[in-house]
Each structure stands twice: as structure tokens, then as C-alpha cells.
Design a binder for this molecule. Sequence first.
Ligand code: ADE
Length: 422
Amino acid sequence: MTEIVSDIRDASLADAGKRRIEWADNDMPVLRRIRERFEKEKPMAGKKMSACLHVTAETANLARALAAGGADLYLCASNPLSTQDDVAAALSVHYGIKVGAITGEDHDTYYKHIHAAIQHGPVVTMDDGADLVSTIHSEYPQMVGEIVASMEETTTGVIRLKAMERDGALKFPVIAVNDADTKHLFDNRYGTGQSTVDGIIRASDILFAGKKVVVAGYGWCGRGFANRAKGLGSQVIVTEVDPIRALEAALDGVEVMPMDEAAKVGDLFCTLTGDKHVIAKHHFPLMKDGALVCNSGHFNVEIDIESLEAMAKQKNAGVRNFVDEYVLDDGKRIFLLGEGRLINLTAAEGHPACVMDMSFATQALASEHALKNAGSFKAKVYEVPKDIDEWVARLKLETMGVAIDTLTEEQAKYLSSWTEGT
Ligand code: ADE
């Protein structure tokens, strides 16, 4: 295998990045506890690992934990716009971790870094969106037998990987970290909820109060964002294709309607569905002058940007940082935020460390679990073991100073018996 080296924007940013990583570490006590144990036990000693994640201060603390466990880690970006260049520099200069990530990297550089992650020769991989796993399958089939397991961080990635499993295309085991309760119930809901608001405000400086905010998708991310927008005084409108989720939105007290209707009334649109062209070509001409459109789903396919580009008579790029203006034939203006890429990581810093603490604690423990049980998995998508999920939740509560009750013997017996009735 070729020797893999870091490819970052500017090594002189390393000290600033280190301060940022340490600041995030203050709010990641569960992951810190794991790092301290890994330091002593070295569960990843000598193991090559490659991670394709958003290169943020929080990810840096996951990288530190894996390196403390003895892993030889290569980290690349899971999105061309989400890298924090100072963090990438600090990882490479101060923590001795190989990184291939530069914010704003073009498509070829993005994939060059993914190829470097694969050529590193990992036995465990981590993905946020499944680009690493799918590239291994399509371009490095000879390597699939070497991979003990891959961890998947996000809903969109899990959807892709389950599709591969259904088609018989998946060739090594995957652990769906996203589906752990300590991940999606908190990261997807409260993390996305807050960081999406943060990204939209940083990009546009709008007031949420009084705005009609159209939320496409009422999964955990959509629920989180809708809830935060409502709390800020917006009139929230949800669009959905799933009747159960739509019903839940309606009973949560928000309006539910098809996008064809919502397009006419929304001031701000945010897609969080994991699917393609949720805001489609025919929706743009229906929108009001000055409508703001953004995405907080993993890939930039949720908004049909190509059609918007083609139908606009004029594009004014960068009317403000992270805002492009499109003028339609009738003079109507549509503002696209963050080029349709996930707004919380392009215009803001992603989810706060407090919530990434749980997601990345689960990533670290799931990787340890995979290595300990190497060889016992099939080429399937697995859930995170319940004991890992509960351990993370208990420790998080402890670090928050929150105590809970324990079942009495009588209560435990009652719950496991079926004979006691009225
Ligand atoms: N995904 C969402 N927020 C993130 C963050 N802060 N770091 C890494 N991945 C993320």
C-alpha cells in the first residue's frame, strides 16, 4: 500500500484548531471517559481505521479517542464544505492523525481523499453517508474481505446500506450507529434542530418569529427543526409522504400540506428528508418573492438546484456569505442558502459537542465491539448492542448530574409476570 500523508489547507492553523478541539472536549465527558479507558486498554492497538466524517472539533475528539486506543487512523471529509480547516490542521500537527480534508474541496479532491482513506488499508471504517463503503464496494472489491465492519453515522447512509443489503450487494458487516437511541433521539432531533436554526441565522440573519417555515420531512431531524422553529415563533408547515409522521405533525399542532401548496406560502423552506428533489422544478415558480430555500439533509439532492440554475434568468452568487440569489423570468427572487448542502455544517459548526458526545461515544464503543467480535458478523446491517446504548445514556445522565430510579424487586417481578391482573 502507498504511504498516506495528510492533505490539509494550512498547517499554521493548528494552534487555533487545538483550542477549538479542547473547548469541544469540555462538553464531551462520555467520550473523554472512553478515551481514558482506551488509553490504558488499547483495544485498537495497531489496527488501521479510516473514517469519512465531517471534520469538526467534535470529530477530532472521536479521532483522539480512537488514536488513544492504538488505532492508526486516516480521516477524510464526508462533505466538501463541512471541514473546519483549523481542526484538520491540529489533528495532523498536534495529534499525529492523518487527515485529507480541505473546506471547499472540489469533487475530484473530495474523492482523492476517499481513495486515500481506502488505500490506507483499514480493517474498520466509519462513514457519514456511506460514500466510503460504496467506493470500496465499487472500486476496491479485492478489499472487502479485509474489513471487519463499518460504522454508519447518519440516516441517509443507513438507508443506502440497507438498500445494498436488500440487493445482496453488501459485502461486509455494517453497524448502524445512527439507529442507536443515544444517537438519533438526541443528535438528529436536538442537534439538527438547533444547528439548522444556527446555520440559517448565520447565513441569512432572518428573524424566525412570524415567518412561515416549511419543513420537508418529519423524521427525527425534521421534528427537531420544526420544534425549534415553532419555539422561536414561526408558523411551521410540514410536508410529508408518510401518513403516520404526517399525523404526528398534525397532532403536534403544526400545519400539514403537500409541497405544491406549501410552496405558495412559505417564507423559508428547509428539506430534511434524505430523498431527492423534494423541492422540485415546478415548485420554484410557485414561491413568493424573496423565499429562502435550504437543506439540512445529508446530500445536496433534496432541492433540484440544476433546474433552478437552468430556469433563472440571472444568478447573483454570494449576495451574502452562503447566499446565492436566483432571479426568475418574472423578476421573482429565490435565495438558496449554502449551495443546498447541509446548512448546519456549511454555515454553522454542526451539532454542539454536548450532543455529539453521545453519537461519538457510541461510534467508539461500536468500533471496539466490532474488533472484539471480528469474524462473528455476516455482511448485514446490525444494530448497536443495547448495553452500549444504555451505558452511554447512563453515563451521560451521570455527567449531567441527573439521577434516576431503579426498579424494586417487586416491580421487576411484576413486569416479568403475566398472572397478576385486576
Ligand atoms: N454532524 C452534525 N454535526 C456534527 C458535528 N459537530 N461534528 C461531526 N459531525 C456532525
